[in-house]
Design a protein. Structure first.
Length: 635
């Protein structure tokens, strides 16, 4: 059965990595469903005799997971919380699968090989983006036209975070495992490819991540060699330092021959947009310091507290720690500190146990278990560094892989005397995996049909196919049971997506669906020469925006578009009130001020428009990091 679980986990990884890391629910939910099926099947393995995970690691994970799920469940805008909520359910499930069931070295080696294949595909796509076609993506997906490589991800930073973790684990297996020489050589080749990908990403967080991981690995390896054979201490130290120097020199040479990467390196320690993201996050934290404002709410308060230097949408705080404090409060930060402390403590203990009990007595400096523990520990150190400046743990693809890594740290496969927590918590925690799997299949997967139509509507709107966008969005909001085809009615029977949507019901909590309907109607109104038809489209757009604002009242995109539609009808007083709401929620976004000034000119108040222009915040030029743009800027 363990290889059945392994197959589902591998399929989930491949799916979520191939579709932008699962950053939209339509791409992440299928992977979560595959993991859930594997978890449900673990009921057949309850009697298996496997080494249990560390009780304190397990308890800290459950405490952290419970707080995140509780806070996400009570988030003020449910749809904004869904990505974190279902990602945490999936990560807990993955963690329990690895900690309880996928514990043998063979099973974990298979997972490492799959990571190699995924990393190879990511680097191949990244090389095409960096050297040839900037917007290249697989499966018809799109990415920003950026000179930085991002692989199958949208953000180069998250692409780099994945590659560094794979690289350091590969190096660990290349040096410490019992594999054959040609397999070790291949591991080093994969690591080299990963570091090339990190260099192409231009991610300064990825560079710090790489340096930190390599230094941690060098320290761990030098200490181990000193314990096993002190005579090799000096040469191994020199080789390790020389290896790090070669990696850094190779990266520097590579970046020296790229003008863009050279500029990125020059701004590595210069004040850039992250500082302003962090200042906004600190203001956000002050709103509810103890329990946070809820999952996904940084999108709201990052806009409210944005600095004028940030004119792209602050979807994330560019620091996992600050965003954790802002959304989950000091309680969430304490849970995370307990989680990290328990796992790092257990990893160091396992590192010492394998070294003292296996390697030192035998005098053999090779162990797959030691390679896995050291590589996983260094990957976590790298994640800790990278999370200071980026948001890897908000990307489902990366989060699932690190759930595997933490599961490995929780259960290195070493039998130890059971303590109180191990006896009381561990046996019951085994039941949680199938329970979480059932919950995901019951609550998560029914959202998939509506999310599918939402994504289809978004693409249709992007491609200016407005009628199709309206139809697809309405399919998710108001699924209609089609009549079966007969001789007098040539209409085809519903497809499988429609059948699922009919069974699962409408999805009124997704504000994007209302936005797409409103935008499509507003665009059709702007094209309509007949003023009566034009007003009809504007009214339909306003109705859609108002329905969406009931779900997400702070959505400045819908507020501005509703105000523009009211201007189209000549209802300037109503538009003024809506504009004021948008400006109240995002006072420092220059684009909203520009739209508001156009409204004042249209109303015949050019003096007020000039006054607003003078009050508009001055935007200094600073280095910026590309994030997912505000819908105002992309549609």
């Amino acid at each position: 059965m363990n290889f059945v679980y392994l197959a589902f986990v591998v399929l989930a990884w491949v799916e979520i990595e191939c579709f932008i890391g699962g950053t939209r629910l339509v791409y992440s939910l299928p992977a979560y469903g595959l993991i859930a099926i594997a978890a449900v099947l673990t009921v057949f393995s309850f009697r298996s005799k496997r080494v249990p995970p560390n009780g304190f690691c397990l308890l800290s994970t459950l405490i952290l997971g419970a707080w995140v799920l509780i806070r996400a469940w009570h988030s003020p805008v449910p749809y904004l919380a869904w990505p974190d909520f279902f990602m945490m359910v999936a990560c807990l499930t993955m963690y329990l699968l690895v900690a309880f069931h996928l514990t043998s070295q063979l099973e974990r080696t298979v997972l490492i090989v799959v990571l190699w294949l995924i990393a190879g595909l990511e680097v191949w796509v990244g090389m095409i983006q960096f050297l040839k076609t900037r917007n290249f993506m697989l499966f018809g997906l799109l990415r920003p036209d950026s000179p930085r490589a991002s692989g199958l991800y949208i953000s180069p930073n998250n692409f780099a975070g994945l590659l560094v973790a794979v690289a350091i684990i590969s190096i660990s297996f290349g040096i410490w495992s019992r594999w054959k020489i040609w397999v070790k050589a291949f591991a080093f080749y994969i690591a080299a490819c990963c570091f090339v990908g990190v260099a192409m990403s231009g991610s300064r967080g990825g560079y710090f991540d790489s340096i930190g991981s390599l230094l941690c690995f060098a320290v761990g390896s030098i200490y181990a060699i000193r314990a096993i054979d002190p005579r090799k201490f000096l040469p191994v130290t020199l080789i390790a330092l020389g290896g790090i120097a070669v990696v850094i020199a190779g990266a520097a040479f590579f970046m020296y021959h790229s003008e863009f990467l050279t500029r990125r390196m020059q701004t590595m320690v210069v004040k850039d947009v992250r500082i302003y993201n962090w200042e906004a996050a600190l203001d956000h934290i002050r709103l509810s310091p103890w329990i946070g404002t809820g999952s996904g709410t940084h999108l709201i308060y990052g806009r409210l507290f944005r600095r004028p230097q940030i004119q792209v949408d602050p979807v994330h705080a560019h620091c996992d720690y600050l965003e954790l404090l802002a959304e989950y409060g000091i309680v969430g930060a304490a849970c995370m500190a307990l989680f990290l402390t328990a796992h790092i403590r257990n990893a160091l203990r396992s590192y010492s146990d394998i070294l003292r009990r296996r390697l030192v007595p035998s005098g053999i400096s090779q162990s797959n278990a030691f390679a896995m523990q050291l590589g996983a520990l260094c990957a976590v150190v790298g994640l800790g560094i990278h999370s200071v400046v980026d948001f890897d743990m908000h990307i489902p693809g990366n989060a699932l892989i690190f759930a595997l890594i933490f599961g490995v740290l929780a259960n290195p496969g070493i039998q130890r005397p059971a303590g109180f927590v191990d006896r009381r918590i561990t046996p019951w925690a085994k039941i949680l995996a199938p329970a979480l799997g059932v919950f995901m299949l019951w609550q998560g997967l029914p959202l998939l049909p509506a999310e599918y139509y939402s994504e289809v509507a978004r693409r249709a709107l992007r491609d200016r196919n407005y009628l199709a966008s309206i139809i697809d969005a309405n399919n998710a909001l108001n699924p209609v049971v089609p009549k079966p085809a007969d001789a007098d009615d040539p209409a085809p029977p519903p497809n499988w997506i429609d059948r699922l949507l009919i069974k699962t019901g409408p999805e009124p909590n997704n504000p994007d669906l209302y936005f797409y309907i409103g935008e499509a109607n507003r665009a059709l109104a702007a094209r309509m020469p007949n003023r009566y038809l034009r007003k009809g489209y504007y009214r339909q757009a306003i109705s859609a925006y108002e329905a969406g604002l009931k779900v997400f009242p702070q959505d400045e995109s819908m507020l501005v578009r509703e105000a523009q539609s009211l201007d189209g009808l000549g209802h300037f007083d109503d538009a003024e009130a809506v504009y004021q709401k948008a400006l109240a929620w995002d006072p420092n976004l220059g684009l909203i001020h520009q739209y508001y000034q156009s409204h004042l000119i249209l109303e015949g108040k050019p003096e007020k428009a000039r006054e607003d222009q003078q009050r508009q915040p001055t935007v200094p030029v600073v280095p910026t990091e590309p994030q997912e743009d505000l819908r105002l800027q992309t549609q």
